[in-house]
Design a protein around this ligand. Structure first.
Ligand SMILES: [Zn+2]
Length: 417
């Protein structure tokens, strides 16, 4: 009974917290354009960017207002027990029974999410001129994601079950080690094996941009393993750039939509920012933190394995390790939220550091600022998010704060252009 109350409190609390923060976030909008963006936004387009935020927020409410009650109903009416009985009716080993149980739950929730995803892509993104996804790409994406998730998720899930079934009280440590090795392996191969399943990566062609990038990288003593362009335009007009992988497979990726809209100096600034993440060891730091949180998660999980009262809250007749993994997931929501607040805080600090690196090494703060502004305008980002929204969900600082920080640097080193 205690666990049922706790889980309902977590589900409803999470729902209400998101609702309150999002309402505050929309109320925080101001109709007048921030001075910094005059010339980049006209009145009409700025209004459109705010409409975009409101529409996404409303859609978020609708989604949560359906999924939260469905989840609660499913728990109260013993849905988990029904699926468990079905999985057990095949009389297979614990691991295979677990795979059937998990497979049905994950598949069902994926099916339920499709209508929301269709609406987001083909109604909202379409209305604001972002959508480039064809129905064919949309369907292929779903199929590819499911196959990948089944393979990767299947391996991880069976591995974790096996350790908890067979290895006794230190199972969580073995799980931690195994999952970490698997994670590192995935990060290592993702740029060459997984990401090309969804997008085409082409080495940046020779020309002014490439020589500018190579010239800059050489000056920074950075061994470029490859700068690639990605066909982001296949799905959306939104633009981005990122750093991925490590060691031999590390690469910097620029969206084709980014290259289209930015000048050479702006693109090198963006790339210098990405390189800054590498030079300041942000990639390594994030991996170490993720490894530590994985350990914490498995340790807490091990406390709740086969907890009879927890199973009673879900109306279950039999305890099992596979179902423990799911039920623990509900208890982990608030812990995850606290961890992600700290994770986002660190990530925002890394963004400032990467901006700092880009500006002090490439020495063209105006181009960095112009690139940030164009990115915000092209993606209709919210220029003035509510501070609570930033604390809870922003992995990047609000753009105006980033620009302010760059201008401060510029004043300190007043020899910059
Ligand atoms: Zn960054």
């Amino acid at each position: 009974m205690v666990f049922l109350v706790i889980i309902l409190a977590i589900l409803i609390g999470d729902y209400l917290l998101n609702l309150i923060v999002d309402i505050q976030n929309v109320r925080y909008l101001r109709t007048d354009l921030p001075e910094e963006f005059s010339g980049y936004y006209d009145r009409e387009k700025y209004r459109k960017s705010q409409e975009y935020l409101k529409e996404n927020t409303r859609f978020g409410f609708v989604t949560d207002s359906i999924t939260t009650p469905v989840t609660i109903g499913f728990i109260l009416f013993g849905g988990f027990n029904l699926i468990d009985q079905f999985a057990r009716s095949f009389h297979l080993s614990a691991i295979l029974t677990g795979l059937i149980f998990a497979g049905i739950l994950v598949f069902a929730s994926q099916i339920l999410s499709i209508p929301f995803s269709i609406y987001r892509t083909f109604v909202i993104e379409e209305k604001y001129g972002f959508n480039k996804t064809t129905p064919k790409t949309f369907v292929l994406d779903i199929v590819k994601t499911w196959v990948l998730a089944a393979v990767i998720g299947g391996i991880l899930f069976s591995g974790v079950l096996w350790f908890f079934e067979e290895t006794g009280p230190l199972a969580w440590v073995y799980c931690w080690i195994a999952v970490t090795l698997f994670q590192v392996f995935l990060i290592f191969i993702a740029p060459v094996v997984i990401m090309p399943i969804f997008n085409k990566f082409v080495p940046l062609e020779d020309g002014e941009l490439k020589s500018a990038i190579e010239g800059y990288a050489k000056g920074q003593d950075f061994k470029l393993k490859g700068v690639f362009t990605m066909d982001g335009s296949r799905r959306s007009t939104k633009s981005n750039a990122f750093f991925t992988g490590f060691g031999r497979f590390r690469r910097i990726v620029l969206f084709d939509t980014l290259i289209e809209k930015h000048t050479k100096d702006e693109l090198v600034s963006v790339l210098a920012h990405e390189m800054g993440h590498y030079k300041k060891r942000h990639v390594l730091k994030s991996i170490v933190i993720s490894i530590l949180t994985t350990g914490l998660m498995f340790f807490i999980l091990s406390i709740f394995i086969n907890n009879r009262e927890l199973f009673a809250a879900f109306r279950m007749e039999h305890t099992s390790i596979y179902a423990s993994l799911f039920f623990f997931g509900f208890l982990y929501v608030p812990i995850d939220m606290i961890l992600s607040v700290f994770g986002n805080m660190l990530s925002r600090r890394h963004e400032y550091e990467a901006d700092d690196y880009a500006v002090t090494t490439y020495r063209k703060p105006q181009s960095m600022i112009a690139a940030l502004k164009k990115l915000s305008v092209d993606n209709l980002s919210n220029l003035t998010p509510h501070p609570f929204k930033v604390i809870l969900t922003y992995s990047h600082p609000p753009v105006l704060e980033r620009i302010k920080a760059i201008r401060r640097l510029q004043r300190v080193n007043n020899d910059m252009v």
